[in-house]
Design a protein around this ligand. Structure first.
Ligand SMILES: *[C@@H]1O[C@H](CO)[C@@H](O)[C@H](O)[C@H]1NC(C)=O
Ligand SMILES: *[C@@H]1O[C@H](CO)[C@@H](O)[C@H](O)[C@H]1NC(C)=O
Ligand SMILES: *[C@@H]1O[C@H](CO)[C@@H](O)[C@H](O)[C@H]1NC(C)=O
Ligand SMILES: *[C@@H]1O[C@H](CO)[C@@H](O)[C@H](O)[C@H]1NC(C)=O
Ligand SMILES: *[C@@H]1O[C@H](CO)[C@@H](O)[C@H](O)[C@H]1NC(C)=O
Ligand SMILES: *[C@@H]1O[C@H](CO)[C@@H](O)[C@H](O)[C@H]1NC(C)=O
Ligand SMILES: *[C@@H]1O[C@H](CO)[C@@H](O)[C@H](O)[C@H]1NC(C)=O
Ligand SMILES: *[C@@H]1O[C@H](CO)[C@@H](O)[C@H](O)[C@H]1NC(C)=O
Ligand SMILES: *[C@@H]1O[C@H](CO)[C@@H](O)[C@H](O)[C@H]1NC(C)=O
Ligand SMILES: *[C@@H]1O[C@H](CO)[C@@H](O)[C@H](O)[C@H]1NC(C)=O
Ligand SMILES: *[C@@H]1O[C@H](CO)[C@@H](O)[C@H](O)[C@H]1NC(C)=O
Ligand SMILES: *[C@@H]1O[C@H](CO)[C@@H](O)[C@H](O)[C@H]1NC(C)=O
Length: 775
């Protein structure tokens, strides 16, 4: 007897002090525990306060009060201390009562290997695995969350195996059985966390806004919060940054959330979130389409702007549950007159009837909303870094509240009649008031542009384009724009304007300047483009000092970039477009000095076979227009190719075609280049400032491309796809150039050098010209 007693005693000592695993056929009796390696966590049998029933549970050691975080047999308590936990030969944990009945099991038909063991980890996860493996769990307590979420648990869904992990409250403080409340990630619409009582939402913690839950917009520097959402999983998880901190979240039997915190030094729990009486937390407290406002004492409901109480008499008596309805119905068949009002510091409405996109930006989001009659609001999906993504709400907006500082922005849709001048919002300064015909493009308000350009002041003037001046504009959020204000006396009528806008809006390429929007108000017609900080190519390449910034590598990059942009216009874009005014001042440079083609004012879409067309108007710029275009008004993509060739030779040489005249032969730049080429001295064309840092093969290739492009006969000139290939070094495609067009055209040097008046003439010629009726 003494021997047996001694044996049992020593066995109990070892298990309760240092053992963190249970091997096959081993058992854990009531009174014994497994302790995790660092002594943080224990698994064993316990009774809740004021109860004699026994449960198998996991708790934190050394924390007061006693803190159980997981219970195995929560719905099937043991009536005595006769319970035994065993790991059977299939790798299943079974909990037996005094008469050897299984009252709980880990219940996974697992493919256990030879040697399953149960292991209690310091994280609080009790796992079954094959002894050799570390991370491949056959079963884990983290998959069966109780009323407590601890760091490392994943709240949400594993979509591949259809597993949902949610939190469910205890029935009462001394009964761990499943209570009335659950906290789960609801996947309807954009996923959001809700606390349910039965099947009814009690509190909506909200969707993830990129940095926190929309309904709890607080971030902690003690923990790292993570929301993962992809095809395989949707879950929320948090992790503590300091390993001596402890933080757990409990869903109490009364359905409120309670955050609890302690450190390894104090070991005494502190409750972080108290049960404050804030009725705005109650789901849909204010009914539909209204905002709950909590002043610290009382909730007050307020209809969204453009909405009125559904039951005004009840509303006056603070009976808010019927909510609000739109004051004026939007006539959605004319929906483009609707606008949006911005709200800030809000808890986003219920996202169960929402749609989302991770890639759209706010402007695209607004347009999507306008296009769908049932869309009532939109916002950025992720509020970090200025916002990204798109979240759209449909039909009624429910469960909104107001935060004093934190919270999210969102935009509600209202009919035009609600957009008073004062309350009009510009969604980053413009409203999308799309017209019928329909340019699928944001429309800026004139007043916004007047403000941004300081009433089109001369200081903000960037230059004079073909159809009017271009101004720099700065919006209130410091975003910069270029505003092309079309002069009223320009040849461009409303039709051409709409044509231009309609075309450009559809073009997207990294070597094209992006059109951001337009403005049509009264006599005023304007185009709004992205702002290019480094101005245009002519500003660099023909300037004594600035040309030095363009080393050969940059110049080659510019030559290739323009070619790709033109190729896109000619062949790849849906519309196939001839630019008709390609010149150095229409090539803008971005912050990185990458080229972007601008000013599509003359562009026309042309149909497949119709490679040549004849128009009443002839337009272009002297020095860049092709012979057939100037003489007969015929244009084709090959006319752009000609202009491109001129630009290439200008970039290589740093000289203007029109102003250049070689001392011996009075040739223009094209003639000069041609002569050097035939004399096999092509490299002499190279701009002096480039010195010997260039790549001779690339320079020769560029000159050859330039000369091929400016050949007299359009059919001899390569198309832009061949140009791109030749530039890339495809020799097969590069024949010998023939005589260029216009090569002894003028004797400009003497003119240009003679008087300032002629200088002026030159610069006038720099402008695009429009001649009516060339025939
Ligand atoms: C565990 O028990 C089963 C059934 O009693 C037995 O077949 C098996 O050999 C035991 N395994 C070990 C490692 O004791
Ligand atoms: C346990 O019983 C005591 C005395 O009746 C009571 O004060 C305490 O609140 C009870 N605790 C729980 C968790 O029910
Ligand atoms: C064990 O559980 C079974 C089934 O629930 C029950 O009938 C039996 O009375 C229990 N035995 C003990 C000792 O609690
Ligand atoms: C329960 O099973 C154990 C081990 O198989 C056995 O020793 C014990 O007698 C059984 N108890 C009852 C009440 O059947
Ligand atoms: C909008 O509502 C106001 C007030 O109810 C009304 O005066 C106005 O005529 C309405 N406008 C439209 C366009 O229905
Ligand atoms: C909406 O469309 C219907 C049918 O096309 C038309 O009868 C009605 O007048 C339109 N309403 C408005 C406000 O445009
Ligand atoms: C508007 O959006 C709703 C919800 O996504 C969708 O069911 C409906 O088909 C959409 N309507 C149109 C016209 O796209
Ligand atoms: C939000 O709350 C603040 C402060 O309580 C209040 O001034 C503001 O009007 C509220 N906004 C809305 C839209 O309810
Ligand atoms: C533009 O608007 C801002 C803010 O309302 C104002 O301070 C500024 O004076 C305005 N500028 C012009 C040129 O109207
Ligand atoms: C802008 O300038 C025009 C003409 O110079 C002037 O009539 C107008 O009042 C100015 N507008 C503003 C907002 O300053
Ligand atoms: C081009 O613009 C960027 C951004 O404004 C500027 O930092 C850079 O210095 C400019 N480059 C040159 C060569 O002026
Ligand atoms: C060009 O100008 C020079 C000097 O003014 C003159 O001698 C020459 O004949 C002119 N050539 C042509 C082609 O006009």
């Amino acid at each position: 007897m003494l021997f047996i007693w001694f044996f049992l005693f020593s066995y109990m000592i070892t298990t309760s002090t240092s053992v963190d695993t249970l091997s096959m056929n081993q058992s854990l009796q009531d009174g014994e525990t497994l302790v995790s390696a660092r002594g943080i966590i224990e698994v064993g049998f316990f009774s809740p306060e004021n109860s004699t029933r026994r449960y198998l549970g996991i708790w934190y050691t050394n924390v007061s009060p006693f803190t159980v975080v997981w219970v195995a047999n929560r719905n099937t308590p043991l009536e005595s201390k006769s319970g035994v936990l065993k790991l059977n030969e299939k790798g299943i944990l079974v909990l037996l009562n005094g008469s050897n009945n299984t009252i709980w099991s880990s219940n996974i038909a697992s493919k256990a290997g030879n040697n399953p063991i149960a292991h209690l980890l310091d994280s609080g996860n009790f796992v079954v695995k094959n002894e050799q493996e570390t991370n491949n769990f056959l079963w884990q307590s983290f998959d069966e969350i109780g009323d407590t979420m601890i760091p490392g648990m994943k709240l949400g869904w594993n979509l591949e195996i259809g597993l949902e992990r949610c939190i469910s409250s205890w029935k009462s403080a001394n009964d761990p059985a499943e209570g009335k409340y659950t906290l789960k990630l609801d996947r309807k619409g954009y996923p959001q966390v809700v606390i349910l009582k039965g099947s009814e939402i009690k509190v909506r913690i909200g969707p993830w806004n990129g940095q926190s839950w929309a309904g709890y917009p607080v971030t902690s520097d003690k923990s790292l919060q993570k929301f993962v959402f992809n095809e395989k999983e949707v879950y929320y998880e948090f992790e503590l940054l300091d390993s001596s901190d402890f933080n757990i979240f409990i869903l109490t039997p009364s359905g409120t959330g309670s955050g609890i915190f302690w450190t390894s030094e104090t070991s005494t729990r502190q409750v972080l979130t108290t049960e404050e009486e804030d009725q705005c937390e109650n789901y849909a407290f204010c009914g539909e389409n209204s905002i709950c406002n909590y002043d610290g004492n009382h909730p007050i409901c307020e209809c969204l702007r453009g909405y009125v109480p559904k039951s005004p008499d009840q509303w006056k008596m603070s009976f808010w549950v019927n909510g609000c309805v739109p004051r004026n119905k939007s006539s959605c068949n004319n929906s483009y007159t609707d606008g949006f009002l911005k709200y800030s510091h809000m808890k986003w409405p219920d996202t169960s009837s929402s749609w989302f996109s991770k890639t759209m930006n706010l402007d695209e989001c607004q347009i999507s909303c306008l296009k769908n009659c049932s869309c009532t609001a939109y916002a950025n999906l992720d509020i970090r870094d200025g916002g990204s993504g798109c979240l759209l709400w449909f039909n009624t907006l429910v469960d909104l509240r107001n935060f004093s500082q934190l919270g999210q922005d969102f935009y509600i849709r209202v009919p035009a009649s609600e957009l008073g001048a004062a309350s009009r919002i510009y969604n980053k300064h413009y409203k999308s008031k799309l017209r019928k015909e329909d340019i699928d493009l944001p429309t800026f308000d004139l007043s916004v542009l007047v403000n941004a350009t300081e009433n089109f002041s001369t200081e903000n003037k960037l230059g004079e384009g073909g159809f009017g001046p271009v101004y720099k504009g700065t919006l209130r959020d410091e975003k910069e724009l270029a505003v092309k204000r079309l002069s009223k006396k320009s040849g461009q009528g409303l039709d051409e304007f709409k044509n231009e806008v309609g075309l450009i809006a559809k073009l997207q390429h990294r070597n094209l300047v992006k059109l951001l929007g337009c403005c049509i108000e009264g006599e005023e017609k304007m185009l709004i483009y992205e702002y290019m900080p480094n101005q245009s190519l002519d500003y660099f390449v023909f300037d004594e000092t600035k040309r030095k910034f363009l080393d050969w590598h940059k110049r080659f990059n510019i030559i290739s970039g323009i070619a790709r942009g033109l190729l896109y216009l000619h062949q790849d874009s849906r519309l196939r477009i001839i630019h008709r005014d390609i010149k150095t001042s229409n090539i803008l440079l971005d912050a990185n000095l990458d080229p972007k083609i601008s000013d599509f004012g003359l562009a026309r879409s042309f149909l497949g076979d119709q490679v040549e067309a004849n128009t009443k108007k002839i337009a272009g710029t002297y020095g860049y227009i092709s012979p057939e275009y100037a003489a007969r008004g015929y244009f084709s993509p090959k006319s752009d190719v000609f202009s491109y060739g001129v630009i290439v030779l200008e970039i290589v040489s740093g000289k203007k075609n029109r102003e250049f005249s070689d001392p011996e032969h009075y040739n223009n730049l094209l003639g000069h280049a041609w002569r050097l080429w035939t004399e096999e001295r092509a490299l002499e064309l190279l701009d002096d400032v480039l010195g010997d840092q260039c790549v001779p093969t690339e320079v020769t290739r560029c000159i050859q491309v330039g000369l091929l492009c400016v050949q007299q006969r359009p059919e001899d000139r390569p198309d832009m796809s061949s140009v791109v290939l030749i530039l890339n070094g495809d020799k097969y495609l590069s024949p010998k150039p023939k005589v260029p067009g216009f090569y002894t055209e003028t004797n400009v040097t003497s003119e240009a050098n003679s008087s300032s008046e002629n200088h002026k003439l030159c610069s006038v010629n720099e402008l695009s010209i429009t001649m009516l009726d060339a025939r």
